[in-house]
Design a protein around this ligand. Structure first.
Ligand SMILES: Nc1ncnc2c1ncn2[C@@H]1O[C@H](COP(=O)(O)OP(=O)(O)O)[C@@H](O)[C@H]1O
Ligand SMILES: [Mg+2]
Length: 314
């Protein structure tokens, strides 16, 4: 069964179908069918980033190696039906509980990378592989990726006229958890999450994102993330257009959702959100379709001070 809504742009946070014909204006929530069998790669784990995971540092004491959540290996992708290559060999490993940030000039391929991870139909992977929780992501359609625990928040969250936020969230929850939770039960599940993202319960009765301010839309995205309890949240410029207070709310909401198991991959131009989150993490600089440098928050500060030229010349 599928419910179709019109929307100005595709989103993949919630059980999206593959919008074959018109990716820009169709959006479906589907009630899941049994998952197809997926081939488990059971590959060895390889660290692709140049910096040790903070959780792996242990002053000489033996520590358990962290569990790899996402491993991207030499990923190349073109715009569908063209030979225009945007991703030119991306390598990235994200372990459970880590926060990774991608920065980079406009047009360097950051959003494309995020979209390729969730299986956006505009792009075709030509080389490399993506392993998520031990499974080959490239063999899953976008809906399966969402059920597997990937969440993506887009730069401009879409409005869905005629569908209340509450219904939308409950359908999303049902699809992800493969259950049929009652509205009352769901409301009880939702209340602490609303609290965590500082969202007024009155927003539940309003149509999804309709008339929401920029900050409210972004918090609503985080509410969806909270409801779906995703393992990896990919946040593309979630801080764009937010005032300082809204930014602080977003940071608090994200912190409230962090567990030792789930991870965040965020794309941003500004280190402010990183400062507000104030947790150790990795910063990657993307340049012309590859991750050129990896470091910690000081790399973001370097960019803030000297621009990307500073990085390129280093
Ligand atoms: N669907 C598309 N059709 C045509 N060009 C695209 C498409 N997606 C991305 N591009 C191009 O790929 C490059 C990288 O874009 P993008 O990933 O959005 O960069 P960033 O998010 O780093 O600003 C840009 O030159 C952009 O115009
Ligand atoms: Mg972008």
């Amino acid at each position: 069964m599928a419910l179709a809504f019109s929307s100005p742009a595709p989103r993949f946070a919630v059980s999206p179908s593959i919008p074959h014909t018109s990716p820009s204006n169709s959006f479906l929530i589907t009630v899941p069918t049994p998952h197809r069998l997926r081939r488990c790669l059971r590959r060895g784990v390889k660290a692709a980033v140049a910096v040790d995971s903070p959780s792996a540092e242990g002053g000489g004491l033996p520590v358990e190696s962290p569990n790899v959540l996402l491993e991207v290996n030499d990923l190349r992708a073109v715009i569908k039906d063209t030979d225009k290559e945007i991703l030119k060999g991306v390598n990235l490993t994200i372990n459970e509980g880590e926060i990774h940030t991608i920065m980079g000039r406009n047009g360097s391929g950051k959003s494309t990378f995020a979209k390729v991870l969730v299986g956006h139909p505009d792009y075709e992977v030509t080389k490399g592989d993506i392993v998520f929780k031990g499974e080959n992501l490239l063999e899953m359609d976008p809906e399966e990726r969402s059920h597997a625990g990937l969440f993506m928040s887009f730069q401009s969250p879409v409005e869905i006229p005629g569908v209340s936020n509450m219904d939308f969230l409950r359908m999303a929850y049902n699809a992800r958890k493969k259950t049929e939770i009652s509205p009352i039960e769901f409301f009880h599940f939702l209340l602490p999450k609303l609290e965590a993202v500082k969202m007024d319960p009155r927003f539940l009765d309003r149509n999804v994102n309709e008339g929401f301010s920029g900050g409210e839309k972004k918090r609503n995205e985080i509410l969806q993330l909270a409801v779906l309890e995703a393992d990896l949240a990919i946040l593309d410029e979630i801080d764009s257009g937010l005032d300082v207070d809204a930014l602080q709310d977003v940071a608090k909401a994200l912190l409230g959702l962090m567990t030792p198991k789930n991870s965040i991959l965020m794309i941003t131009h500004y280190p402010t959100l990183l400062d507000l989150i104030n947790k150790p993490g990795f910063v990657h600089i993307m340049q012309d379709g590859v991750i050129k440098r990896t470091g910690d928050r000081s790399l973001a500060k370097l960019v803030e001070k000297g621009g990307y030229a500073e990085i390129s010349n280093a």
